[in-house]
Design a protein around this ligand. Structure first.
Ligand SMILES: [Zn+2]
Length: 402
């Protein structure tokens, strides 16, 4: 990085590291051709066309491709990475959970840590810079920080638990928060208590919501395959006051849905649920590849966009999806949702995720934003073509801007 020199008249820093590329993706639909991004002390100082860039100092020319904000994987379970390829998808959601629990019981901690570490570094190499991680099992935060990632680790709680432990200290750019696992695994009183605790501490709350038909039937009737499954685990849900409501309806009634909540999945939503979600201004994260594998259906992305929402993307774990790459997730979305514009999909993989994780400083390239940036090698004759290639092609040549 070039040393800063301060002009004593206006006290403005005059130079930083300058990065040029054929295209700069500054924000949703905001492209700059033949642009230069200047970075100083981890922040974007300026972004401008090369022709207008009069600053002195060395410039790194990355090539004809795209400099863009790092991608955001808003929902993962890194601690399940060792189960990649070990949990079959074809036996329905309950079958998948039962296989997952059986595979986890015989998993050695060291193997789980090793697999999580490999998965984290592979995810960072694929261009992900910010992560929403779910699960308490392993010390993944340190691994994430070592890989240069930022994000939130949500400690998830289940069942009828009464008290919450205190949260660990932040590690690098990784902070901790409390999560309720889902309305079909957590006593509604505990879901509300966790939300209140997060709110008191100024933290973001997170939960899986409206993911499976089993969850919907269980909440509506108190019966069905999910009820049998919980009984089999020895979980007493007889005191849960949640019956007769759809998942989104229940979450709204418990006061869980607001701007400080991230709701994940939302596969089982009616038009009315969608309106409730939009009105509440809750952040949402969709995991289309995981949903296709576990539930054989896809979230209504167009519906959420038409309702004025800004869905983020998550991969879920390697036990339900082939990779933790958000390029792969965007690629899948582009193939399956042909009515979406590439810029909408890119927004889902960048700025929507950053906002969902409470990081207004990420997901865009403009003065003052955090400089967590990647360069993707490709050739494009127009901004539209660059956007098409980013979402339609397997982008394997990703470089982090130092
Ligand atoms: Zn999940």
């Amino acid at each position: 990085m070039a040393p800063m020199t301060v002009d004593k008249r206006n006290r403005q820093p005059k130079s930083g590291a300058r990065h040029r590329a054929g295209w700069i993706l500054c924000g949703p639909g905001k492209w700059l051709e033949n642009g230069v991004v200047t970075v100083f002390e981890g922040r974007v100082l300026s972004v401008e066309r090369l022709a207008e860039s009069g600053r002195s100092g060395a410039m790194e020319d990355h090539g004809a491709g795209v400099i863009m904000p790092a991608l955001v994987n808003a929902h993962t379970h890194l601690t399940l990475s060792a189960l990649a390829g070990k949990v079959p998808y074809g036996n329905g959601f309950l079958g998948w959970i039962q296989s997952l629990m059986a595979a986890r019981r015989v998993l050695y901690r060291d193997d789980a840590v090793e697999a999580a570490e490999a998965a984290v570094f592979r995810m960072a190499a694929s261009g992900v810079g910010l992560v929403g991680e779910f699960g308490p099992y392993l010390p993944v935060a340190g691994i994430m920080a070592d890989a240069g990632l930022g994000g939130t680790v949500w400690l998830e709680f289940f069942g009828n638990r009464k008290r919450l432990p205190s949260l660990p200290e932040a590690v690098g750019d990784i902070t901790f928060s409390y999560a309720g696992h889902a309305p079909n695994t957590v006593n509604p009183d505990l879901l509300r208590h966790i939300k209140q605790r997060d709110a008191e501490e100024g933290l973001l709350y997170c939960l899986h919501l409206a993911e499976s038909i089993e969850e919907t039937v269980f909440l509506e009737t108190g019966k069905g395959a999910w009820a049998d499954f919980l009984r089999g685990l020895g979980m007493d849900f007889s005191g849960w006051k949640c019956w007769g409501k759809r998942p989104v309806e229940l979450a709204a009634e418990l006061g869980l849905l607001d701007e400080a909540t991230l709701a994940v999945h939302l596969l089982q939503v009616t038009r009315e649920d969608m309106a409730t979600l939009a009105e509440s201004r809750v952040n949402i994260c969709l995991c289309p590849r995981s949903n296709a594998n576990l539930h054989g259906r896809l979230p209504d992305i167009e519906g959420f966009l038409s309702a004025g929402m800004a869905p983020a993307l998550g991969t879920d774990s390697l036990a339900s999806c082939d990779s933790l790459s958000i390029f792969d997730e965007m690629h899948f979305v582009a193939e399956r949702f042909t009515g979406l514009r590439p810029d909408q999909i890119l927004a889902m993989g960048t700025i929507n995720g950053a906002r969902a994780l409470g990081r207004q400083d990420l997901g865009r390239i403009e003065p003052g934003a955090a400089a967590r940036l990647i360069y993707v090698e490709l050739k494009a004759g127009s901004a539209e073509q660059a956007a098409e290639r980013l979402v339609h092609e397997p982008n394997e040549q990703v470089t982090w801007l130092g």
